[in-house]
Design a protein around this ligand. Structure first.
Ligand SMILES: [Zn+2]
Ligand SMILES: [Zn+2]
Length: 192
């Protein structure tokens, strides 16, 4: 039996694994029992569509773990972090928030699916001993909630396609149609 991760695409963009785990020793054998947890863990740098996203804070997770019977654990909550990336329009580095909802069911290992094969087995998340490690899922879900268009602001004016000036810093002479507006104060000076 080989272990296949159903999130193979996301696994590709992750460069390691963070470490966030929930101690479920007190609840796993009591169906319906739950604990609230707050966790902080490192986030892996991600490369999405050629853009490197650097974490500037650890991932912060607020979650509730509930025993669903037969040592199954349901983890529900939210994860958030701050990332730094290059703006697609003006190429400046900027920091943005990324947040995701978390809802995952974990089964205690060794998990034996009713049939020895099939895709169902791939869908099952498992944990070992008394700890449910949610770092992979948190990383994957955060990666999925990153916007496709990374722009520093919806107002970002980008770079001038002629001279390359960052137009957020002001106009360049290329976009100045008459060409002499910027020289007007100088002309005034010479007049007097
Ligand atoms: Zn920008
Ligand atoms: Zn220009």
């Amino acid at each position: 039996m080989t272990q296949t991760n159903p999130c193979s695409i996301i696994q590709y963009v992750l460069q390691g694994s963070a470490f966030m785990r929930i101690d479920v020793s007190t609840i796993k054998d009591i169906k319906g029992a739950s604990i609230d947890v707050e966790l902080e863990g490192p986030l892996d740098p991600m490369v999405i569509a050629g853009t490197t996203l650097k974490p500037v804070t650890p991932v912060y997770v607020v979650a509730k773990a509930t025993s669903t019977g037969h040592s199954g654990i349901l983890v529900q909550g939210k994860a958030r972090a701050k990332l730094q990336a290059e703006c697609h329009r003006c190429l400046r580095e900027f920091i943005f928030d990324v947040e995701t909802e978390l809802q995952e069911q974990y089964c205690k290992e060794p998990y034996r699916p009713s049939s020895g094969q099939g895709s169902e087995q791939d869908e099952v998340l498992t944990y070992n001993g008394d700890f449910v490690d949610i770092s992979k899922e948190v990383n994957s879900l955060l990666a999925l909630s990153i916007p496709i268009q990374l722009v520093c602001s919806s107002e970002c004016r980008g770079l001038c396609h002629v001279c390359g000036k960052n137009l957020n810093d002001g106009e360049c002479s290329c976009s100045d149609e008459s060409g002499d507006i910027r020289l007007a104060p100088l002309a005034e000076l010479y007049k007097s």
